[in-house]
Design a protein around this ligand. Structure first.
Ligand code: HEC
Ligand code: HEC
Length: 640
């Protein structure tokens, strides 16, 4: 394989360089008027190019100990310059950051690049060569150094055209704080050097330099100097904490997030809220003007579903959707409701290994929770539905699940005056207030959008109630996000595969779940490849949320693990490949995590703090009446 890569390195390089230069064309999206080129960004970029140049001079096919030493030192310096301006690069050019500068060490294929598969490039590949392999591949290293230098050169030349205003400088720092909490501190990068704490410090230094510029430019216009001073002190305090706590494994992530990142975020928002810095009019998944980072209100629920303008009737539609969700009348035999399989008392799962079909045989997959389901880009384990509305459509028609048809549903619902009037009220002011298919899907979706649970003990702790977690649970979180690597796929704080900080993409991963608990045979389910047709997605599944995991056993798409101990044991052994399953494209590292019994218990204890179903488990007390009395005996929530 390596041979193959080497042979193709030259073409890879040319193609990659081409993509880099093209993708920078996106830059102008961020047009604004009061732009002045940030000197700090430009200087760091120049320094990056020069240090990479130096490394390129040193690197060749035979890398001896002395050269390695020099290259490693240069790497650390380059990382420092990069981290200081990471917020800017990620904001202006997320595509290049992801594919060519600091993407993870896995092959990627996304809709945005068609069916092409892109090898990993950039810092993380260089880091692996310098710190993570027994024998360095000199030519690969050289190519990667050159490619990275090209990326920064392209960035440098485009800096002349980029127009970023001061509001955006503040916004990019906000995004960076989310990135830091969810990615940097969870081993997303620096995975061999484990210098994540040091890198956080570099980010804060960069913030101070950028803020210094913002202050200078706005001094005469009533810039909030007092807030600024507070923010600078806060940043220095955080930098200090990083200097004193360099060890990756013992770094107290949750303490750092609550005691340092949150206050910094709050001060940034306060500065942003002054008249000087109007918010950019971009529809983001997060509410940038909300100072309560990581809390429920912080997420913009409407971002995640089809954009419609009829938001006025939403609460009524959600109520109607709740009735429909629990009403078996939507199914072909008037017995099965959505709630037959998605039971509120089990966090909207059913407790079975796999769902049970209409004919009482087994469905293909385990029933997932619907709590927080809205926070995803795609739905189902393979992501085949792009919208919740589309998802509901799929289920209602599915012969094995609800086995109904549009005509049948509408015809039946029309036999109830109560339903007719509920539709009229809920869709008042829209084009069609009669019972129609769109209305059914929209109402169910509005109900699902309310199934958000972000008030678990863990959330309360994040909000500042520090009595909520004990030492074991805190340690469990730090292991989850640190040594055990869980947080590098189940991203804080939603703990699913929706990628922070932009939250516009859901990840699929190959972890190698076998057919049966002790089997070495990969499960037959092909996963994401069914939809994407890209071979690296063979047996890839969407990373599910582990919120409410206490209530949603059994686990995995095929439900083979009954307990959380079994799940952690699977990961501890290195997933499928670690267990001896033949799964060459596994994206989960396959070496043992070497977790002790105590550490396993701690991780489990942490996961159990994520339970919260308050206020969202109630069933309707009664269902709408029908003229046909036979239908009035249907079971609320359906039968199975
Ligand atoms: C027979 C059991 C069953 C019934 C009835 C059922 N579901 Fe599901 N549901 C499942 C299973 C199994 C999956 C996972 C399927 C897959 O990934 O391919 C699923 C997946 C989902 C998902 C995607 C969740 C995610 O995280 O991707 C949503 C949303 C959902 N169902 C909502 C509904 C709604 C709304 C109804 C009623 C209209 C409904 N379901 C009826 C079993 C059921
Ligand atoms: C490489 C990415 C990745 C890493 C790292 C990872 N997971 Fe997962 N996790 C997934 C995916 C993907 C699934 C779904 C797989 C499937 O259903 O076959 C999953 C499923 C789970 C489930 C079952 C969820 C459910 O509802 O069935 C739990 C629990 C879980 N992971 C916990 C953990 C823990 C604990 C760790 C760390 C020890 C961890 N994960 C590390 C990607 C990852």
């Amino acid at each position: 394989m390596l041979d193959f890569i080497r042979k193709n390195l030259k073409t890879t390089f040319i193609c990659a360089a081409f993509i880099v230069s093209c993708s920078f064309l996106n830059f102008s999206v961020y047009n604004a008027s009061n732009f002045k080129k940030p000197v700090f960004i430009e200087n760091n970029t120049k320094k990056l190019i020069s240090i990479l140049d130096k490394s390129i001079q040193i690197a060749d096919s035979t890398i001896n100990a002395e050269k390695l030493n020099q290259l490693q030192s240069s790497y650390f310096i380059a990382r420092k310059y990069y981290k200081q301006i990471e917020c800017f690069i990620e904001y202006c050019s997320p595509f290049d950051a992801k594919y060519f500068i600091n993407g993870p060490l896995v092959k990627k294929s996304d809709l945005e690049i068609g069916t092409r598969i892109v090898d990993p490039h950039g810092f993380q590949v260089i880091e692996e060569q310098l710190f993570g392999v027994d024998s360095i591949d000199g030519s690969l290293l050289l190519i990667e150094l050159k490619l990275l230098k090209e990326s920064f050169k392209a960035f440098e030349s485009k800096l002349n055209n980029v127009t970023i205003n001061d509001s955006q400088i503040i916004e990019m720092m906000q995004f960076e704080l989310i990135r830091m909490s969810a990615l940097t501190l969870s081993g997303y990068d620096a995975s061999f050097t484990k210098t994540n704490s040091e890198e956080c410090k570099n980010v804060f230094e960069g913030f101070r330099a950028l803020l210094h510029d913002v202050k200078l430019k706005n001094q005469e216009k009533g810039y909030p100097v007092e807030l600024h001073q507070k923010l600078i002190s806060r940043l220095k305090l955080a930098e200090n904490y990083c200097v004193l706590h360099k060890d990756y494994d013992s770094f107290n992530r949750i303490f750092f997030i609550t005691q340092h990142i949150k206050p910094i975020y709050k001060l940034l928002v306060k500065i942003h809220q002054t008249e000087l810095f109007p918010y950019t009019q971009v529809d983001y998944a997060i509410n940038l003007n909300n100072e309560h980072i990581f809390e429920r209100e912080y997420y913009n629920i409407n971002y995640f579903t089809i954009k419609t303008n009829d938001t006025l009737g939403n609460p009524l539609q959600a109520k109607l959707g709740e009735l429909l969700f629990f009403d078996p009348v939507l199914s072909g035999n008037n017995k099965r409701a959505c709630a037959s399989c998605h039971k509120p008392e089990l966090a909207f799962t059913d407790g079975f290994k796999k769902g049970i079909s209409f004919e009482k045989d087994s469905l293909d997959r385990n029933t997932p929770t619907l709590l927080n389901t809205v926070f995803q880009k795609n739905f189902f384990y393979d992501g085949r539905a792009r919208q919740l509305e589309q998802q509901a459509n799929d289920v209602l028609h599915n012969q094995r699940e609800m086995n109904s048809s549009i005509e049948q549903m509408i015809d039946k619902l029309n036999q109830s005056e109560e339903y007719q009037s509920l539709f009229k009220k809920s869709f008042k002011g829209t084009a069609d207030t009669n019972i129609n298919y769109y209305g059914i899907l929209k109402a169910i979706t509005e109900y699902e959008k309310q199934l958000v649970s972000m008030n678990s003990r863990f959330d309360k702790y994040i909000k500042g109630d520090y009595k909520q977690l004990n030492t074991q649970e805190i340690n469990g979180y730090n292991l989850f996000s640190g040594k055990a690597l869980c947080g590098s796929c189940h991203f804080f704080p939603l703990f699913n595969g929706l990628v922070p900080p932009i939250y516009n993409d859901t990840e699929y991963e190959v972890i190698g779940v076998p057919e049966q608990i002790n089997s070495k045979q990969i499960d037959k389910d092909k996963g994401r490849i069914i939809v994407s047709r890209v071979h690296i997605h063979q047996h890839a599944f969407k990373t599910p949320s582990i919120r409410n995991i206490q209530l949603t056993a059994p686990y995995m798409h095929n439900g083979i693990y009954k307990t959380l101990e079994e799940v952690i044991d699977f990961y501890n052994k290195g997933g499928g490949q670690g267990l001896g399953v033949n799964i060459p494209n596994q994206t989960l590292p396959f070496d043992s995590l070497r977790l002790s019994k105590k550490e396993i218990n701690d991780i489990k204890a942490f996961m159990l703090t994520l339970t919260d179903t308050t206020g969202i488990t109630q069933k309707p007390k009664k269902l709408p009446r029908f003229n046909d009395d036979k239908l009035n005996h249907r079971v609320i929530g359906g039968e199975y």
